[in-house]
Write a protein that binds this ligand. Sequence first.
Ligand SMILES: Cc1cc2nc3c(=O)[nH]c(=O)nc-3n(C[C@H](O)[C@H](O)[C@H](O)COP(=O)(O)O)c2cc1C
Length: 180
Amino acid sequence: MNRLRALLGLQLPLIQAGMGGVAGIRLCTEVSRAGAGGTLALYKEPPDRIREAVREIAAATSRPFGVNIIPEVTSPELCRAQLDAALGELPDNGYVTTFGLPGADAARDVTRTGRPLVVQIGTPDDASAALRLGADVLVLQGTEAGGHLLGELPVAELLYAVRTRHPDAVIAVAGGVATG
Ligand SMILES: Cc1cc2nc3c(=O)[nH]c(=O)nc-3n(C[C@H](O)[C@H](O)[C@H](O)COP(=O)(O)O)c2cc1C
């Protein structure tokens, strides 16, 4: 079985992007029900709303889903408060995705619960840093991607560079992917 599917417990090797203001309860729930990785965007949401939202998704699907944090748009304190709220409600089969590198404390908050940590990065050096922080899955974002960019390499070049450095890493790619 594909290692991404096995690690996240998915039927399809696809993770929906957390998208602040776009990827809410309904999208996350339906993607998860369809067998891929539904993801709730936490963006700058306050902890109370996060608790309610995660609870609502968990009540609607028993399939795995995740929550997405963006460390660069939150203070370290809000980031950890968001994680604390989400992890308190997230089922055991849930996971956490980050846009960019999480702080060491935030990464530890996730990994010590035993839930997978999925880190999206855009450079080979950040891929290595993410693995040192305990990332279970790397999402490599190429310059084809919509939204804010994390690096300067097209996805094929980034994949080649990271796969060469880290032959055993579990890797997904992001950016203009429209077909199998
Ligand atoms: C409207 C929009 C909002 C986004 N917001 C987030 C976000 O909140 N968190 C995150 O991890 N990634 C976010 N992303 C980036 C995606 O994770 C991913 O890198 C990108 O969508 C891949 O490019 P593609 O949509 O062309 O496949 C966003 C992307 C878009 C298009």
